[in-house]
Design a binder for this molecule. Structure first.
Ligand code: DTR
Length: 336
């Protein structure tokens, strides 16, 4: 009798626990897990925007989707990012298009010296350009967002006040920015941003040409005590997703991601522009960095050396059958 009581209590308990487990299961079983690869270290702006996107997607899908982020090249590195996402090694990845100049001809036109003033303008112009032309380079992925950094300046170990000072100087830059350094007479050394930390420390390069948030985010201000304000050239980025993976998502999740596309571009542009101001203040106050403004006559010489770059791009893009002049004029209009 007693034994029977125990076994029926056990049975009841078992039934109850199973019930609880079963009702909980669908939420967890339905959880979609996505990997998001990024190449630079976690504190830098491409990774900060990644974390913001993750939080927003998880929130807006009511926890249906879980994004696992991999900063610092732990899942895919800078150069293997695009093909890695196409091959499904990561579901999502962030690419810097300047690292593969020949591959992203249309979108890399935003990195011509055409007077984009800040990251917000740049990000909007880039995304609109992509939406208008839908370049074939992206046909195997789904674009989740695009953004740019802010215009580049020369950060160096020794002061650069004139074109004579920069002549022959080994400076790190990639893509469109490398052409600009060359036009000024410097010696551009190409490498992705994460490799620059060691190159600066070892002295392989004497400085870098990029947006100023890196003075703080990569602590370059500890090595580069001079900044020459050239204020030209942005780098375009894209966050891309494996096409089959995107197509396998429920429509409401796809909608959340697509609705975030422009908002995320704007958020990142704004974050970058604010970060630049913080980085300038920190470089001056904590690291005694000198910021050099080129006098108008000197600046004119620097700017004048760049005209041929856009002209050359137009000629080259025309031979590829692209509406080159229209692309340039669109970027300028979209940036406003
Ligand atoms: N200027 C490009 C892009 C860039 C600017 N800031 C960061 C931070 C982390 C990675 C890339 C970038 C470059 O020099 O690579």
């Amino acid at each position: 009798m007693f034994k029977r009581m125990i076994s029926s209590t056990t049975l009841l308990l078992f039934a109850l626990v199973s019930c609880v487990l079963l009702t909980q299961q669908p939420a967890n079983a339905g959880k979609i897990k996505l990997n998001y690869a990024n190449f630079p270290p976690a504190p830098t702006f491409p990774c900060v925007q990644m974390e913001r996107w993750k939080v927003e997607v998880e929130k807006r899908t009511d926890g249906q989707v879980q994004i696992n982020t991999f900063p610092g090249g732990t899942l895919l590195g800078a150069k293997g990012m695009m093909d890695g996402v196409i091959a499904g090694q990561s579901d999502i990845g962030n690419i810097c298009m300047a690292y593969q100049p020949g591959r992203f001809i249309v979108t890399n036109a935003t990195s011509l010296p055409i007077g984009i003033a800040d990251a917000k303008q740049g990000s909007l112009a880039l995304l609109k350009l992509y939406e208008k032309y839908k370049p074939a380079a992206f046909k195997d992925v789904v674009v989740l967002t695009m953004f740019t950094n802010a215009p580049g300046n020369v950060m160096s170990k020794v002061p650069v006040r004139t074109l004579a000072d920069i002549r022959g100087m080994d400076l790190r830059a990639s893509g469109g920015a490398a052409q600009i350094l060359k036009a000024w007479g410097a010696n551009p050394v190409g490498m992705p941003m994460p490799a620059t930390v060691e190159a600066l420390q070892k002295g392989t390069v004497k400085g870098i040409f990029s947006s100023l948030e890196v003075m703080k985010d990569f602590k370059f201000a500890e090595n580069c005590k001079y900044v020459t304000m050239t204020e030209t050239v942005i780098y375009p980025f894209a966050v891309v997703m494996n096409k089959a993976k995107f197509n396998s998502l429920p429509p409401d999740v796809q909608k959340v991601m697509m609705d975030l596309k422009e908002e995320q571009a704007m958020w990142t542009g704004k974050y970058m522009d604010e970060q630049i101001q913080k980085s300038i203040a920190w470089s001056k106050e904590a690291n005694n960095v000198e910021f050099i403004s080129l006098p108008a006559a000197e600046k004119e010489k620097w700017v004048g050396k760049l005209d041929f770059i856009t002209e050359n791009w137009i000629k080259k893009a025309n031979t590829k059958g692209l509406p080159a002049e229209q692309i340039i004029s669109d970027i300028k209009t979209f940036a406003k």
